[in-house]
Design a protein around this ligand. Structure first.
Ligand SMILES: [Cu+2]
Length: 141
């Protein structure tokens, strides 16, 4: 590697690094977050949203929490033997520059012990591997 290439790479780091030192809590955008409490008591509810990663670095959603909801799991749907099944996942990759949609029949939040009432807004805190915690208002439908 010659000197000018090294300088070019170093300059890139200098340009990119300050962004990582800043608070990037707003860098992964969460829009249209909504929660549906269970229709039957004792059953889990579901949550949907759209994630947009504008940080320039790959990231992944690893946890979600809402006051009044005991536990939230990250779930996906997959086809197995002609049947759609839900499967829990530990992390949902959100690549740089991409949008990940949680929607019926696909990725969703599974809400256990959801003591939230329809018609209000609740704070939904999402934890990302790199961006850290992002809290948004989620509509309870
Ligand atoms: Cu589920």
């Amino acid at each position: 590697m010659n000197r000018s290439v090294l300088i070019a790479i170093f300059s890139l780091f200098v340009l990119v690094m300050p962004a990582y030192g800043e608070d990037h809590s707003g860098a992964v955008h969460v829009v249209s977050a909504s929660l549906k409490p269970p229709l039957l008591e004792g059953r889990p509810g579901v949550g949907y949203m759209i994630l947009r990663n504008d940080t320039g670095a790959d990231d992944a959603l690893v946890a979600a929490a809402v006051p009044g909801i005991e536990r939230i799991e990250l779930h996906t749907h997959e086809h197995a033997d002609g049947v759609m099944r839900m499967r829990r996942v530990e992390r949902v990759p959100v690549p740089a520059g991409e949008t990940v949609t949680f929607e019926p029949g696909g990725l969703h939040l599974m809400l256990f012990g959801a003591e939230v009432k329809s018609g209000g807004m609740v704070p939904l805190t999402l934890t990302f591997e790199t961006a850290g915690q992002v809290t948004v208002e989620a509509e309870v439908r």
